[in-house]
Design a binder for this molecule. Sequence first.
Ligand SMILES: C[S@@+](CC[C@H](N)C(=O)[O-])C[C@H]1O[C@@H](n2cnc3c(N)ncnc32)[C@H](O)[C@@H]1O
Length: 271
Amino acid sequence: MSEDRDYLHGYTHEEQQRLIDQAEILAPQLYEGLDFSNHKKMLEVGCGVGAQTGLLAERFPELHIHGVDVSQAQVALAKDRLPGLIKQGRVQFTCADATDLTAMEDDGFDSAYICWFLEHVYEPIAVLKSLKAKLKPGSKVYLTEVNNSSLFVQPYSPNILQYWSQFNDYQWTINGHPFIGLMLPNLLLKAGFKNVVSEPRSFFFDDRDPAEREKFMNYFFGIFNSANDILVRKGRIHHEMIKEVQNEFERAMTSEGSVFYYSYVRATAEA
Ligand SMILES: C[S@@+](CC[C@H](N)C(=O)[O-])C[C@H]1O[C@@H](n2cnc3c(N)ncnc32)[C@H](O)[C@@H]1O
C-alpha cells in the first residue's frame, strides 16, 4: 500500500535512515518518564521503519510490540532491521492504514505508542477511535507530536523562517497538521479517551552546551532537508534558499551566543 500518497518526508533511503538516526538521538528525551513496565502488549501506530520499536523492545523486555504503518517500504525495512526480535515473538509488523484497523486480527492490546505520526494524518480522530477499539479498557496510551509554531533560532535567520513557513503551509495543503501536538488533548477526548494529560516539552540549546547544540541542530537541519525535493517541485522554495538555509544553520550551529529552541507535546491518556 501507498507510497503514492502525499507524505511530506517521502520514502527515500535517506529518509528511512533519518528516522533511524532520529530515534537514537531523541531517545534520552523521548523515553524520559515513559513507563510500559507493567504492560505486555503494545500497539505502535505509524511505526515507520521500526526505529523506535526496537528501542522500546530493548527498554521494556516484557513487552510485545505490534507496529503498524501504511507504507509497504517502511514495514519491509522494519522487518529487515529486527529479525531477532521478530523471531523471538517480541515484535511484529503489519502494513495497514491506521484510519481503519478493523481488518487487523490482532487486538486486546494493553498499551499504545504514537510518535511523530498524527501530523501526517487527514483524520486523526478516526485514527484514535480505530486505535481505541483495539485496546482493553484502561490501557495506557502515550503520544508525542510536533508543535512547529515553536521553532526559534538565534541569530535571526530569515531563510530558515521562510523555509519553515513553506514546509508547514505545504503540510496543511496535503491535509496534515504541523501544530497537532497542541491539539492532542481535544483529539483524545473526542475519540473517547479518559484521564488525558498533556505536557509541553522542549529542546533548548545555547552556550551551556555548544556540542549538544551543534549535534541537535544538525539533526534538525535533516528535517528541513527531507522536504527539499517536494518543496522545490511544488515551486515553494528554490535552490538558492536551500543554500541560504544551510548557511544559517551552519552559522547558528557554531556561533557563540546562538540559541535553538523547539517545543513538542507529550500526551498520555487511558482507553
Ligand atoms: C515521521 S514517520 C514516524 C515513524 C515512527 N513513529 C518514528 O518515530 O520513527 C511517520 C510514519 O507515519 C506513516 N503513516 C502516514 N499515514 C499513515 C496512516 N494513515 N496509517 C499508518 N501509517 C501512516 C508513514 O508511512 C510514516 O512511516
